[in-house]
Design a protein around this ligand. Structure first.
Ligand code: FMN
Length: 189
């Protein structure tokens, strides 16, 4: 069965980003695909050091656990990274992870090619659109296919477990998840 990996960049245990990804994953599953949520929580994600060792080794040699996440993305059909907004842009760890994931894909077998997805941003009050723009750069350069919804993939939530209160944002995420699943099914057929 086709599968979508959803990756949270939040360090919090009671995370809004995780809750939003849970909504998205459920919608993907409702539409007949597998979905697995992964998280950078508790990890100490390093930035790419441009060593180019991924080209010869086939994966990232930085020893912080990201290579296990990369192996799961490698065999997936969809990829949805999600970030909490920190000072108007994406939390650093998710951008460091995306840069390394992209570098490994381009340095090895282009596993991101034709993968379907798009970014999600969660914030208390502002910065989601710039965060989405920042994360959006990852998709076209890796020959990926991004999917729309009825608004940008942003949710307003500040306190822990607040995201359900943004009904419009949650509706956008549900439609996005449904669209990702539907497009993957069309591509696969
Ligand atoms: C260091 C830091 C910076 C933040 N910067 C912003 C910001 O620029 N705009 C905003 O609306 N919320 C900001 N927030 C609030 C978080 O985006 C918000 O609490 C969000 O729900 C966190 O998602 P999470 O629960 O998945 O970690 C910031 C939080 C932290 C810890």
């Amino acid at each position: 069965m086709a599968k979508v990996i959803l990756l949270s960049g939040s360090p919090r245990k009671e995370s809004n980003t995780m809750d939003v990804l849970d909504v998205c994953a459920k919608e993907i599953e409702k539409n007949g695909l597998d979905a697995e949520i992964l998280s950078l929580r508790g990890m100490d994600i390093k930035s790419c050091i441009a060593c180019n060792k991924c080209v010869e080794k086939g994966n990232c040699v930085l020893n912080d656990g990201l290579d296990e996440i990369i192996e799961k993305i490698r065999v997936a059909d969809g990829f949805i990274p999600a970030a909490p907004v920190y000072f108007g842009t994406a939390r650093g760890d998710i951008m460091a992870a995306l840069q390394r994931i992209g570098k490994v894909s381009r340095g090895t077998d282009d596993f991101l090619s034709w993968m379907v997805g798009g970014p999600i941003a969660v914030a208390r009050r502002g910065g989601q659109t710039l965060t989405l723009q920042e994360m959006s750069m990852f998709f076209p350069i890796n020959n990926m296919i991004t999917v729309g919804s009825n608004y940008w993939n942003m949710v307003f939530a500040g306190h822990e477990r607040d995201s359900h209160k943004d009904e419009e944002g949650i509706g956008t995420i549900k439609l996005f998840g449904e669209n990702v699943a539907k497009l993957i099914k069309k591509i696969k057929n």
